[in-house]
Design a binder for this molecule. Structure first.
Ligand SMILES: Cc1cc2nc3c(=O)[nH]c(=O)nc-3n(C[C@H](O)[C@H](O)[C@H](O)COP(=O)(O)O)c2cc1C
Length: 257
């Protein structure tokens, strides 16, 4: 089996110590002008390999290779804020197919998103042929609990559960699976940014996420591995509407102490 580990090429190492400085696990020491690992339980975050000026460090068995950073990439902060300000949840989509490369780019944003303890526990299921069938399974789950929900919540009372209650005829649905929900949600937000940059709109379907996690049948249909849950479900398509202004938000709730 391919053992996952940090490998240091001492022939290339110049003993600059940058790798030790960035190592969150204090796993690298410089001895006789050469870097070496000292622990067994490294989280394999790869910062040592990303910072080394001599490409002396590699992470064996840890997945894809590294991409060289050739220029400083900095977005305009006002543009970033405006993307956040003007993005809206979309519940009406055009009947226009999303190119495969765009879906792959959105998935790449999810794959590259950071995870707690570098768990890299997030995986994705794109609903294609099974989308409608799985949506109907969720509709059935929600219809079964609606009488009780109606008593408890005005939101439930005001909502009719039709056949497209979850996915709104969207072109694509990506189910994000994770061991740690926070990791899945972070991936979701980065994926939304890439979707927006491609002119797409998105809805976080908390309702479908809830139905999927509550139903053994839906879990099986999606194919959720043991130990994982649905962290979020992204409903994606080209928006069928244009918002003309931002929406009101509560005042900033902040204290400096
Ligand atoms: C975690 C999460 C789950 C959500 N689940 C649903 C959902 O199941 N159905 C839905 O119509 N909207 C859902 N939404 C959308 C919210 O209602 C929406 O973000 C909020 O009303 C603010 O509107 P905006 O996104 O257009 O700014 C969800 C949003 C979040 C952040």
């Amino acid at each position: 089996m391919n053992q996952r580990q940090v490998v240091i090429d001492t022939g290339r190492c110049i003993g600059c110590g940058l790798c030790g400085k960035v190592c969150a696990a204090h796993n690298i020491e410089i001895n006789n002008q050469k870097a070496g690992t000292i622990l067994e339980d490294c989280i394999l975050c790869g910062q040592c390999a990303a910072v080394c000026p001599k490409e002396a460090i590699s992470l064996v068995g840890c997945g894809t290779g590294q991409v060289e950073k050739t220029e400083d990439i900095r977005l305009n902060p006002e543009d970033v804020l405006n993307v956040i300000r003007f993005r809206r949840s979309i519940r009406s989509f055009r009947e226009k197919e999303i190119p495969r490369e765009v879906i792959e780019q959105i998935l790449e944003a999810g794959r590259l998103t950071h995870t707690a303890k570098n768990m890299q526990d997030v995986s994705f299921v794109v609903l294609e042929k099974e989308k409608d069938r799985i949506e109907q399974m969720a509709v059935k789950v929600f219809k079964a609990v609606k009488p009780v929900a109606d008593v408890l919540s005005p939101m439930a009372r005001n909502n009719q559960i039709d056949d497209h209650f979850f996915f709104f005829h969207a072109q694509s649905v990506i189910v994000i699976l994770a061991k740690d929900k926070t990791n899945g949600i972070l991936a979701a937000q980065n994926m939304e940014f890439v979707a927006e940059a491609n002119g797409l709109g998105m809805l976080y379907s908390g309702f479908f996420t809830m139905a999927a996690n509550a139903s053994r049948k839906i879990k099986k249909a999606i194919g959720i591995p043991k130990g994982k849950r649905v962290a979020m479900t992204l409903v994606i398509g080209y928006p069928n509407m244009k918002f003309l202004r931002s929406t009101p938000h509560k005042e900033l709730d902040i204290r400096y102490r």
